[in-house]
Design a protein around this ligand. Structure first.
Ligand code: FES
Length: 134
């Protein structure tokens, strides 16, 4: 189910540049069923990139330590389980067990200073809390 609604999940200033942060959202599927939808948002200057927080290798969340998404060099996303490395801008795995596969992109838009999720229907009950405040 796609909609034109933009769901604000945080402010740009909530994520330092060159850092990523996880969010536990709830999505409404085409069948109307609600299910948890964990995503991560990377910020690089004024650019933001969103992906579903699910490693294509084993289906787990990438941040084995909460909100630790970056590799030690701080230039790629890394899965904490077996170390797959993903390009920030494309989500493609460039090294590790799922090399050549990719993270599922999440459409984002920035309105004023709010980072918003678009193209999906979310359950809006209260504010989307960042992982570390949920
Ligand atoms: S689960 Fe992510 S690299 Fe294996």
């Amino acid at each position: 189910m796609t909609t034109d609604v933009a769901y604000a999940i945080c402010r740009m200033s909530d994520i330092p540049s060159q850092q990523a942060r996880g969010f536990q959202l709830m999505i409404v599927g085409d069948d109307g069923a609600k299910r948890p939808w964990p995503i991560l948002v990377v910020r690089w200057g004024r650019q933001v990139f969103g992906y579903v927080n699910r490693c294509p290798h084993d289906g787990v969340n990438l941040d084995w330590e909460r909100n630790q998404f970056m590799d030690p060099n701080g230039i790629r996303l890394m899965c904490g389980k077996h170390g797959s490395l993903f390009e920030l801008g494309t989500g493609i795995c460039v090294d590790g067990p799922c090399k050549g596969r990719g993270l599922t992109p999440v459409a984002l838009t920035v309105l004023d200073d709010d980072i918003c999720v678009t193209g999906v229907t979310l359950v809006e009950d209260g504010e989307a809390l960042p992982d570390d405040e949920a």
